[in-house]
Ligand binder design. Structure first.
Ligand SMILES: [Zn+2]
Length: 300
């Protein structure tokens, strides 16, 4: 049986928000079993907290924002993506600002911080959202669905009418090792032609060539170029993994996405949660056969 996990000790990540441009320190803090993942504003007197859950997603334009009456947290997906790949069940993410630091635009700084302190097993079994029937969502040409699968697999397709991007597809079984090598370093990206309009709306104020891939009408303008030709679809996979954390428990299923951004991901997650006959809560090892359990050792 796989046990829940938290981190061994507190660890910090610092930077500025991609959209707000405001400095922010994020502190990962160990949490007791059966807590889940919470954002906490440590700089506000009452220390309000917010559970990472699909129904609390308050905005999905350019980034995923979670919000309540008391506070909101923007651009949560890169940080959550690392938690998803490392199977961190219980964690407080303490912040002193309105947005998660963008750092280098990837998930690597969050992954590195957690790996630096390490994870500890807790005394409670982990519960998974085990998909038993397909759940489909589509909106125009955008599609997102999940089908039964003994593990977590993502197949992501993007199609941008831009000579440096075009159609890209990635299909990957997600575990800690391949997340670290293939996904975590992939940076967020944006188009030069959108920057002025975004900044007029108070967005992308912290964006730079140090924390995003920037494209003009023809090419990538960052002097060092790309890490992979398909860095774009790798980053979209990173984003999707982060958004999946809003399910409230790790997913076992094969998620297939076509042109799906944060809005579609949120709608898919809400639809899964509403489709009670399409999944069950299981403890891996107790409800699955030994053979399946062995095939999923990466789940630990
Ligand atoms: Zn992103």
């Amino acid at each position: 049986m796989f046990l829940q996990k938290t981190i061994r000790s507190r660890v910090q990540v610092q930077g500025v928000g991609l959209h707000s441009g405001k400095p922010c320190t994020l502190t990962f803090v160990p949490a007791p079993p059966n807590t889940g993942v919470y954002f906490v504003r440590g700089d506000i007197k009452e220390r309000p907290s917010l559970k990472v859950f699909a129904e609390l997603v308050s905005a999905t334009g350019y980034a995923t924002t979670l919000g309540s009456d008391l506070f909101s947290v923007a651009t949560v997906e890169h940080c959550l993506s690392a938690l998803s790949a490392l199977r961190v069940d219980n964690l407080y993410i303490e912040l002193d600002g309105p947005e998660i630091p963008i750092v280098d635009g990837s998930a690597l700084p969050f992954l590195a911080a957690i790996q630096k302190v390490g994870l500890v097993e807790q005394e409670q079994p982990r519960k998974y959202c085990y998909v038993t029937q397909p759940v489909y969502f589509s909106e125009g040409e955008k599609q997102a669905y999940v089908v039964p699968y003994h593990g977590l697999r993502l197949t992501v397709t993007i199609d941008f009418p831009h000579p440096a991007i075009g159609r890209q597809k990635l299909d990957l079984d997600i575990n800690e090792n391949n997340f670290k090598k293939e996904i975590a370093p992939a940076r967020t990206f944006g188009f030069l032609k959108d920057v002025e309009a975004l900044q007029a709306r108070g967005l992308a104020l912290g964006g730079s060539l140090e924390n995003a891939i920037v494209l003009d009408d023809e090419k990538v303008v960052n002097p060092k170029g790309l890490q992979w030709d398909d860095e774009f679809v790798r980053h979209k996979t990173l984003d999707a993994l982060g958004d999946l954390v809003t399910l409230g428990m790790p997913l076992m299923g094969h998620v297939v996405l076509y042109k799906a951004g944060h809005d579609v991901m949120n709608k898919l997650v809400r639809k899964i949660l509403d489709s009670k006959d399409c999944f069950k809560h299981i403890e891996l090892g107790a409800d699955l056969t030994e053979e399946t359990r062995l095939r999923n050792t990466s789940w630990n």
